[in-house]
Ligand binder design. Sequence first.
Ligand code: SF4
Length: 163
Amino acid sequence: MRFNRIRKMDISNGPGVRVAIFMQGCPFHCKNCFNPETWDFNDGNPFDDETIDEVLKLCEMSHIAGLSILGGEPMHPKNIEGTTKLARMFKEKFPNKTLWSWTGFTYEQIKDKEVFNYIDVLVDGQFVDELRNPNLKWKGSSNQRVIDIKKTREKNEIVLYED
Ligand code: SF4
């Protein structure tokens, strides 16, 4: 598994100042994807325990509200093991900071994965250029959903995140 880059301070992917990691590799190839450099599963850098340590260290800063895991496709079968390990370790270490993630899969396609024990908010669905709207918060096209995972699991139906 590989990752594309880490942002030490990110203010555009979730609330507050966050650490963001972009995983490498995405099979969806959405038209006008904002991140095509993340498509190739062989590009980027090796994702290993050192990467996790680096991300967790960055998250220690008191001004960091949480971690955002993007891509690329963090939930692809080639990536989900590493994504889950990072998510698990992040929540163990920082139970009061939030974990957000973005995926091109729908929540229904992947909802049984362990990673949802740790994710607070999931933005799901592929980017659809025809449905692009720059005024949408946290998502690029109107088909995507910003899902409150804890409430969704409690109610067993999709509950959207509210600021
Ligand atoms: S799912 Fe995301 S990263 Fe993958 S091609 Fe679509 S917009 Fe790009």
